[in-house]
Design a protein around this ligand. Structure first.
Ligand code: PRP
Ligand code: MG
Length: 207
């Protein structure tokens, strides 16, 4: 019996991802939001669902621990994982921005940027020829400029509430983000029929 292992990001977009699967008739009978279980099988035992931290989904897929993954573009970019990105699921739409206390970046030889996404931050400022030092944080990034830990932040904005409520301003927009379907490169060859079928039904579910 050959099933596809699907790594799904826990958290914000989990519920809408599960609904999307439901729309294409893939049901996980044991799944409910409060469950602490991390592994589920769909009714027809075609798919094994594993719930992992969003930031780890690209790693599971790159290493082949999962054949496919559903995760935000933010984590795909930051991980630099060597995977195929096959589909934009258009869930969890938001964007990467540079934000700070001022309307524009100050002219300084080296800026200190706090972020959960140092790779993204470095790439963005490299393109502009601005040298930076990064401070890696794991959350509440908006606090960093307020408390003098960094000059600016690179973070995600969805509604804008968090930056607004903390008196920060968007200075630059970096890139749009949404949930994507990624595929392990070897699995795409060995389980090609199952994976293609899955992708095609997801595609039609999105239409
Ligand atoms: C995310 C992100 C922003 C906020 C954006 O943080 O890092 O802070 O959401 O959403 P908004 O524009 O709708 O306010 P999250 O809530 O995941 O918390 P964390 O950064 O502390 O992990
Ligand atoms: Mg945050």
């Amino acid at each position: 019996m050959s099933y596809i292992t699907l790594a799904l990001a826990k958290g914000r977009t989990a519920k809408s991802s599960i609904s999307l699967l439901k729309n294409i008739d893939i049901h996980f009978p044991g799944f409910h939001e409060e469950s602490r279980k991390l592994v589920f099988y769909d009714k027809e035992e075609k798919i094994k669902l594993v719930f992992v931290k969003a930031v780890d989904v690209p790693t599971y897929v790159e290493k082949g621990a999962a054949d496919i993954g559903i995760v935000g573009k933010d984590n795909i970019l930051e991980s630099q994982a060597d995977v195929y990105e096959m589909l934009d699921l258009k869930l969890g739409k938001c964007k990467f921005v540079v934000a700070g206390k001022s309307q524009q970046l100050e002219e300084k030889q080296k800026l200190t940027i706090a972020s959960k996404y140092p790779v993204i931050a470095i790439k963005h400022f490299q393109k502009k020829g601005q040298s930076i030092e990064t401070v890696k944080l794991n959350g509440s990034v908006e606090l960093a400029p307020l408390i003098g830990l960094a000059d600016y932040i690179v973070d995600i904005v969805e509604t804008g509430n968090t930056i607004n409520e903390n008196g920060l301003t968007i200075i630059e927009e970096i890139e749009d983000i949404s949930t994507r379907l990624i595929v392990n490169k070897a699995s795409f060859a060995t389980k090609s029929e199952n994976i293609r079928q899955f992708i095609n039904s997801l595609k039609s579910g999105l239409e």
